[in-house]
Every structure is written in structure tokens, then in C-alpha cells.
Design a protein around this ligand. Structure first.
Ligand code: TXA
Ligand code: MG
Length: 313
């Protein structure tokens, strides 16, 4: 059903309006430092169902619950020592923790897609924090893009994918990190990185004082990590030295190209530019060639997203 999607600014009025829409069970896209999220009241099953519907998302894919502060986490989950260490070090920020669900909690089972764990995050973006504080409860939010497509790092990207399908978008400019949060699983004996993201694995290992395993691509543990994801319309070719035929070239480091993730080879800058540049090259409708990006720090998450964008579909 098409509706009139409001564009709200991050003023006191805009934030109260967005919180009121969430309370009414509406869908509100909002900025976080990683990417824009598509928010709904996580305790309202109908509102959460609306997220899956608006995104056209497979319903087995569980959602991240956003909280205004770490203290709220204990209402929903068991809290191992590693969670305390990581929350102290990295919340608010681009870290999501998957933790065992408590018996008594009020999240809609649709949020967890029936799992006995839930993914929690306290974002750092000021507009997100104000919205979460004003709403006062848990907000379920996947990235604010149609399922399988490039994530949104501006309100324009959100509107391009979801206009007419959601109540509003809170516009507060581009996202500073530009990659989704790093997801750490804390449901077993050892912490496991389930998805590389905006917080480098090295930082997590330093905080915990030990190496952590990665479980990337394991669809059992992180069901949303489908091989083909973040997909532009045209084909994507990785590790390209230069463009062939009709291709447009996405560069990294000093080189000739159509758009450069970071001409100086800075991985933070590249992360912040990744989805915006993919959106822009996608709008040319030409196949996209991508220069190699080193596999260290944020480069791990950048390569993960690029591989999914290039995967056969
Ligand atoms: O930066 C982000 O993380 C953004 C912003 C909006 O917070 N959100 C985001 O959400 O990227 P989404 O829905 O696009 O990705 C969530 C990922 C999926 O891969 C999903 O399978 C995984 O989190 N996930 C959620 N709950 C889980 C659980 N209980 N166990 C394992 N994986 C889970
Ligand atoms: Mg996503």
C-alpha cells in the first residue's frame, strides 16, 4: 500500500514526530553512524512485520534491536563478562552483540525470527540516540534498503528504495562510518565475529585481550549473511586493474578511475564512500569493475561487502 513518506529533519520537532510515528507502529528510517536503519517498535509484532514487508525481506532473517543505552540490554538478554567488556569499550558505536534471550522479555518473536538469541546495538549517531531516548524502548532496525540491495548511507538512498513504503525518514546527512556494524556472537563459550563491519576485528581482540574466530558466510549462525547481497543492477568484477569494455571503474588508491573510494588509500574514507559510490555507479547502468582493497582493518568488511555485491545471483 503506497503511503506518503515524510522527510523529517533532526530538529526537536522532527525527532518527536519520528518517535510518535514509531509509537503508532509506523516505520521510520533513521541515520546511524554506520548506515541508515529502518526502525519499528521491537515490541510490536505488526510494526516489525511491516519491516519485512517494506524491504521484501525473507522472514527467516532476524533483526538488530537498537537501544539508547547499554543498561537497557539486560532487560532482554543474559550478560556475560565479554559483553560487559565490549559494551564498555565500544558502545555507543558500530558494534552489535548477539546474546542469549532472557525468558522474560517483551520483544516480538518476529524480531529474532524464532532464534533464542537477539542482536543488540547502541548506536553513536546523535540523531539516533535522541530518537531512541525519546521513544524510550527497543527499536528493531535492519539497514534501510530493499532486501538484497545496496545499503543506504543518505536519506536520498533511503527514498530511492523505500519511498511510499514507510512512514518517514529522519534526514541528518550522510553516515560517517558507511559500513554496517561488526556483529560479535556471544552465545557460545568463545566470542565469534559473525559479520565484519565498521569496528575492526583488531580492536575487538585488543579489548578482549585475545584473538577471536570469524564465522563469516556461515548462514546458520548469521542467517542474513546471504552470498548475494548489496547487489547493484549490473555485474560487478573485483580486483580489476582497469576497466574493460563498457565497465565503469571504482578505484582505491592513486589511479585513474570513474570514482575513487579513497585516492590516498585511506580505509576509513573508503568505507564511508563504499555504498554511496556503488549507488552512483549503479545509476550509470553499466557493469562495475572494482580495484583491489587490502584485507586489513576495515578492508576486511569492505571486501566482504564487495564479494557479496559481485556474487552470482
Ligand atoms: O550497522 C548496522 O548493523 C545496521 C544499522 C541499521 O544498525 N543494521 C544492519 O541490519 O545492518 P541488517 O538487518 O541489514 O543486518 C543484520 C544482521 C543480519 O545478517 C542478521 O542475520 C544478523 O544481523 N542477526 C540478527 N540477529 C541475529 C541473531 N540472533 N543471530 C545471528 N545473527 C543475527
Ligand atoms: Mg542489510
Amino acid at each position: 500500500m503506497a503511503m506518503d513518506t515524510k522527510i523529517l529533519s533532526a530538529t526537536d520537532d522532527g525527532i518527536s514526530h519520528a518517535a510518535a510515528l514509531l509509537r503508532q507502529g509506523g516505520l521510520v528510517a533513521f541515520p546511524t553512524e554506520t548506515v541508515y536503519g529502518l526502525g519499528a517498535d521491537a515490541t510490536n509484532g505488526q510494526a516489525v512485520a511491516g519491516i519485512y514487508e517494506a524491504k521484501g525481506r525473507p522472514s527467516f532473517n532476524p533483526l538488530i534491536v537498537h537501544l539508547s543505552d547499554a543498561g537497557m540490554a539486560r532487560n532482554h538478554v543474559d550478560w556475560p563478562d565479554a559483553a560487559e567488556i565490549l559494551a564498555t569499550a565500544f558502545w555507543p558505536g558500530p558494534l552489535t552483540m548477539v546474546l542469549p534471550l532472557r525468558n522474560q522479555q517483551n520483544l516480538s518473536p518476529l524480531v529474532t525470527a524464532g532464534l533464542n538469541s537477539v542482536a543488540l546495538r547502541v548506536p553513536m549517531h546523535p540523531a539516533a540516540r535522541r530518537l531512541l531516548a525519546e521513544f524510550g524502548g527497543p527499536v528493531a532496525a535492519p539497514s534501510a534498503n530493499p532486501s538484497g540491495r545496496i545499503s543506504a548511507t543518505t536519506a536520498n538512498h533511503v527514498m530511492a528504495g523505500l519511498n511510499g513504503r514507510i512512514a518517514a525518514v529522519l534526514d541528518d546527512g550522510p553516515c560517517s562510518v558507511g559500513l554496517e556494524s561488526t556483529i560479535v556472537g556471544l552465545t557460545g563459550p568463545d566470542p565469534v565475529v559473525l559479520r565484519a563491519g565498521g569496528l575492526p576485528q583488531e580492536a575487538i581482540e585488543a579489548a578482549l585481550g585475545r584473538p577471536v574466530q570469524t564465522a563469516q558466510g556461515s548462514e546458520i549462525i548469521a542467517p542474513g549473511q546471504l552470498a548475494s547481497h548489496y547487489a547493484p543492477d549490473a555485474a560487478v568484477r573485483l580486483n580489476a586493474g582497469k576497466a574493460r569494455g563498457d565497465e565503469v571503474l571504482l578505484g582505491f588508491g592513486p589511479m585513474q578511475c570513474d570514482l575513487n573510494l579513497s585516492a590516498s588509500g585511506d580505509l576509513s574514507e573508503a568505507a564511508a564512500n563504499l555504498f554511496g559510490h556503488l549507488h552512483q555507479l549503479n545509476s550509470t547502468r553499466r557493469p562495475i569493475a572494482v580495484a583491489p582493497v587490502p584485507m586489513q582493518g576495515l578492508g576486511r568488511a569492505i571486501n566482504d561487502r564487495l564479494q557479496r555485491a559481485a556474487a552470482p545471483r
